[in-house]
Design a protein around this ligand. Structure first.
Ligand SMILES: C[S@@+](CC[C@H](N)C(=O)[O-])C[C@H]1O[C@@H](n2cnc3c(N)ncnc32)[C@H](O)[C@@H]1O
Length: 288
């Protein structure tokens, strides 16, 4: 595997998209690049980039093998397969997860650590096997966009909630929030994290189509997905946002951004804000 930040991000997007499609219950990845943000422990040298996927015990393992071999061939990477206990996988996250303040206001703190600023807007997360610790660029970019977009009292929806991190961040910023994820493992993790905060956030399982309620009912929708999923589902996401409201998108690699932007601008949405980090793009689009 060769290339800089963009090539590595493209490789990670390719593999994670395929692994999700194959039914991965949880994913962990590192881009192997030197840390750029000042909250990362600079003493820690970057290791090789990797993507690690967890397939639940009930997965049809034999039928997955050919697809995994195909994913390996197309991405040109090595594949190793290992059986792990579910609680070992859950524990593996903890090495990589420390308190972070991705924007200016919200702190994301591991559930097992004391918050650095207990009077701040603190979201405590135990991701378990779900995605969403705030240390990944796509989540960090989205939290910064939420800080600039959410106004107290507004209604927001988090699509692809993972650990529930963005839903909880929006709630801390004063919004009434709903959340949805296609993955039952994520839904469990999000419900646990929501309950630990005593937050009145409903978490549904499914896609945006599974969220009850009217079209245009939300002031904003936040979706940290991938470019492919966004291009497939953007209409369903945009239909939930009121006129003048915001659709926040993250999880888009640089190479796919123009394609996503053109699709949405052609449909009449306008670009309100744009943020970039480590080969990833996140954007706020305003509904006509
Ligand atoms: C990159 S993670 C984002 C997690 C969290 N929101 C964050 O920002 O860290 C994407 C999540 O979207 C979920 N997902 C994938 N496709 C989806 C879809 N079509 N509808 C809803 N959720 C989806 C995955 O299960 C995963 O939990």
């Amino acid at each position: 595997m060769a290339g800089g930040a963009d090539a590595v991000a493209a490789w990670i997007e390719e593999l994670t998209g395929r692994l999700y499609a194959l039914g991965a219950g949880g994913l962990e990845y590192e881009d192997g690049l030197a840390a750029q943000a000042d909250w990362v422990d600079e003493g820690m040298p970057p290791g090789p980039p990797f993507v690690r996927a967890y397939f639940p015990g009930g997965a049809a393992w034999d039928s997955l093998q050919p697809s995994l071999a195909d994913a390996r061939a197309s991405a040109g990477v090595e594949l190793t397969v290992e059986a792990v206990r579910e609680d070992d996988w859950a524990h593996a996250w903890k090495k990589f997860f420390h308190a972070v303040q991705p924007g200016r206001r919200v702190w994301i703190v591991p559930a097992w650590e004391a918050p650095p600023d207990p009077r701040g807007l603190v979201v405590r997360i135990d991701p378990g096997m779900a995605f969403g610790t705030g240390t990944h660029a796509t989540t960090a970019l989205m939290i910064a966009l939420l800080e600039d977009s959410v106004e107290p009292g507004q209604r927001w929806l988090d699509v692809g909630t993972g650990s529930g991190i963005l839903a909880l961040a929006a709630w801390r910023l004063g919004a009434h929030v709903g959340a949805v994820d296609i993955d039952p493992v994520a839904v469990d993790a999000a419900r646990r994290n929501v309950a630990a905060h005593g937050a009145p956030i409903a978490v549904w399982q499914g896609t945006v189509a599974s969220v009850p309620g009217e079209e245009r009912a939300f002031d904003g929708v936040a979706a940290n997905l991938t470019a492919d999923i966004i291009l497939r589902e953007w209409r369903g996401l945009a239909d939930r946002v009121r006129s003048g409201g915001r659709l926040l998108l993250s999880g888009i690699i640089e190479e796919r951004w123009l394609e996503v932007r053109d699709t949405l601008e052609t449909a009449g949405l306008t670009l309100g804000a744009l943020r970039r980090q480590g080969g990833w793009v996140a954007a706020a689009l305003v509904l006509p």
